[in-house]
Design a protein around this ligand. Structure first.
Ligand code: MN
Length: 717
């Protein structure tokens, strides 16, 4: 029996079936309620498409009915059939998704919507890698695999009725079918559908090659006629003698697979076409191997041609034993041996799981059924599960999004990727300089999360820089690394600046000024210390990895090179604008104009403490790590400071204190701790931001005399 008729994806050329035939087909497997719903969908679609015609002149409604009919052949469930009938109404008529949801339920509306979205994206770039990405994008867009099934059936019917289209359009559609839809059907294991799509695509795209091949196949079949019955009989008898029940069939070769084999393996037509194909279907795996032994006993096997796809199934779950034998007169015989279950899976793949199931078993959700299929295939895979995960799981349960560049190239990004991720995926320079983005030609914020099938355009500006805030939303490793790299270089600039300050201050000790030191001298000292250049040296000083006084000493003219440091190092002025390399200790919260000291910490730069901080007196031992600092005359910025407020336990007291603080134009950063002291008193710790001690004093004054405030104290470790 021919494979395609097994499942019902019948070859083209038939007249489109009417709704009556469809409904009577459904009677064999769907309950009356479901059939009634399908009829309602038909009536709705017919009204919506009324007046529309297909290019062939037929009423448009014949197309969706035919699509539903294809799916009914393989016993798809009611919602799938309704969606098939409605699949073009959103695209082509005034109906909306909401309306379909109201009339036919969300499930149907979602499938229709999915098909409509797939129809909207177009495959333009023909490169092979692009085709693979495109197939993945289609699958990624689909949450319910029934969408793909409707789409495949839609494509099949369009291919069957392609004749009415103009030649160029026909070729484009055929090309797309061969590049995208036939491999998609194959990936999902729906062999019969794949074969027909390939056959139709091949015939349209290469009519001459198709005709030549067809003629040759006919000739070859003529040659085979006298041998075929003899060989099948021999095999059947061998099975009978061994007591194995099974079917032996001569297998037809499909034109497109013959053609692809010729191209792929660069072999002549004769080498492929004069080959007999057989399929033996038996009851159990055990019998498969026994049958293998039997046929090897009948005819000599060709060395190197045996393949055990039972032990090691193909990626889409296909299982069989393949062997090639030397037949009568040396004619090669290709034999496939499999069980009935394997045969069913080989023919219908994932579609087998959507067949309408009577009784129990149809309670499972469709995602569950997809998983069930996948699980089955995965169990078969055993050792080589990784390949499967790569090629199937990624497709069905995607963790990637696929979007287009304005040129139509497809970019693959991790799920949740934003415009910024896209920009960095295009090129680091594009990411670094991006300022805005357009999605499907509309301007959107850079943080916009991308969805499958969108076209993304990045707008860049000269001199634009990555924003550190981007790290809050980018998801791709590339974007993250690039932004981090940029921030590091930013930090380097700040480190150099601080290094210059520290070195300058150290030099004052020796009555020298930083700006009097020739650059060449600095470079020489840097090299002498094993560093790349002067900037490298300054960076390390700024980062606290090199002690400024020691470097300063090396910069002295030779004669004073051993001079002991004089009295005190000149203090560095802290402006509050130093950036990442000056940190304010959170043990004592220094603010202008507290007396301060600075600790040079390796890799972190300078950490400012109040000089009364216990941590300062505690680590005086590392005297060389402490450097004198003072506040600049007019420091900039806001500084954190902690306030411990002891209050009476009364409802609303926290809010009252907070309001009072806010009334002084002071921002509360955190309410840090509320420690219960006893039944009557609690301590609330506020962290507020102030300019200097004057503002802090204002805050303290504002709350100190509130009726429920017992005590206000500045926090210290
Ligand atoms: Mn359609």
């Amino acid at each position: 029996m021919d494979a395609s008729s097994l499942l019902g994806f019948l070859p083209g050329g038939r007249r489109a079936p009417g709704i009556k035939q469809l409904l009577s087909k459904l009677e064999s497997y769907l309950p009356p309620d479901d059939i009634e719903r399908v009829r309602e969908a038909y009536e709705y679609a017919e009204a919506a498409h009324s007046g529309q015609k297909r290019r062939s002149g037929e009423a448009y409604i014949t197309h969706p009915v035919a699509v539903a009919d294809i799916l009914a052949e393989v016993h798809f469930d009611g919602p799938t059939l309704m969606a098939a009938i409605l699949h073009d109404v959103v695209e082509d008529t005034a109906s909306s998704k909401t309306e379909i949801a109201e009339r036919f339920g969300r499930e149907v509306a979602e499938i229709v919507d999915g098909v409509t979205k797939l129809d909207q994206i177009q495959f333009k770039n023909r490169a092979e890698a692009q085709a693979e990405s495109f197939r993945k994008m289609l699958l990624a867009m689909v949450r319910d695999i029934r969408v793909i099934m409707v789409k495949l059936a839609d494509r099949l019917h369009n291919m069957r009725t392609l004749g009415a289209m103009p030649a160029t359009k026909r070729r484009t559609i055929a090309r797309e079918t061969l590049d995208i839809y036939a491999p998609l059907a194959n990936r999902l294991g729906i062999h019969s559908l794949k074969l027909e799509l390939e056959d139709l695509g091949f015939r349209t795209l290469y009519p001459t090659r198709y005709r030549v091949l067809e003629r040759e196949m006919k000739r070859s079949r003529g040659n085979q006629k006298e041998f075929l019955p003899r060989i099948t009989d021999n095999m059947r008898q061998a099975l009978g003698r061994a007591g194995i029940a099974g079917q032996v069939e001569a297998r037809e070769k499909h034109l497109y697979s013959v053609y692809s084999k010729m191209r792929r393996k660069k072999i002549s037509l004769g080498e492929i076409i004069d080959v007999f194909g057989f399929r033996i279907v038996v009851g159990s795996v055990d019998e498969c191997y026994r049958v293998l032994g039997l046929v090897h006993g009948l005819y000599k096997p060709m060395p190197g041609r045996f393949k055990d796809y039972i032990a090691i199934p193909r990626v889409n779950g296909y299982q069989s034993l393949h062997t090639t034998l030397f037949g009568p007169g040396g004619m090669p015989l290709e034999v496939q041996i499999r069980t009935e279950d394997m045969h069913r899976l080989a023919e219908s793949g994932i579609a087998a799981h959507w067949k309408y199931k009577t009784g129990e078993g149809d309670g499972a959700s469709h995602a569950d059924q997809a998983r069930e299929w996948l699980k089955g295939v995965m169990q078969l895979q055993d050792g080589s599960a990784e390949e499967l995960v790569e090629s199937v799981k990624v497709d069905l349960f995607p963790d990637k999004v696929y979007v287009f560049t304005p040129k139509g190239d497809i970019m693959r990004l991790p799920r949740g990727a934003t415009c910024v991720d896209f920009a960095f995926a295009v090129h680091t320079d594009v990411g670094n300089r991006c300022v805005a983005a357009k999605v499907d030609r509309r301007l959107v914020p850079l943080r916009t999360v991308l969805r499958n099938g969108q076209t993304v355009e990045v707008i860049t500006a000269k001199g634009a820089q990555p924003n550190p805030a981007w790290t809050n939303f980018v998801v791709s490793a590339k974007a993250r690394a690039a932004i981090r790299h940029f921030l590091k270089s930013l930090q380097r600039d700040e480190a150099i600046e601080l290094g210059e300050k520290l070195l300058g201050s150290a030099l004052e000790e020796f009555a020298m000024r930083y700006r009097d030191i020739p650059r060449a001298r600095l470079e020489a000292v840097a090299k002498g210390l094993g560093m790349a250049d002067a900037d490298d040296l300054l960076t390390r000083i700024g980062l606290g990895e090199r002690m400024a006084p020691l470097v300063a000493r090396r910069l002295l003219p030779d004669e004073s090179g051993t001079a002991a440091p004089s009295s005190a190092q000149a203090p560095i002025a802290i402006a509050g604008t130093e950036g990442l390399l000056v940190d304010y200790a959170r043990c004592c919260f220094p603010i202008p104009f507290d007396p301060i000291a600075a600790f040079l910490s390796t890799g972190r730069g300078v950490v400012i403490h109040r000089d009364i901080c216990p941590n300062v007196s505690g680590s005086r031992k590392q005297a060389d790590k402490w450097i004198p600092v003072v506040w600049e005359k007019l420091p900039h910025g806001l500084f954190s400071v902690g306030l411990k407020v002891e209050v009476n336990n009364r409802t609303g007291v926290l809010a009252a204190v907070a309001a009072q603080i806010a009334a002084t134009d002071t921002n509360i950063e955190h309410v840090l701790v509320t420690a219960q002291q006893d039944d009557e008193h609690s301590t609330i710790t506020f962290e507020v931001k102030v300019k200097d001690r004057t503002q802090l004093a204002k805050v303290v004054r504002a709350i100190r005399h509130m009726p429920d405030v017992q005590k206000v104290e500045r926090m210290m470790a």
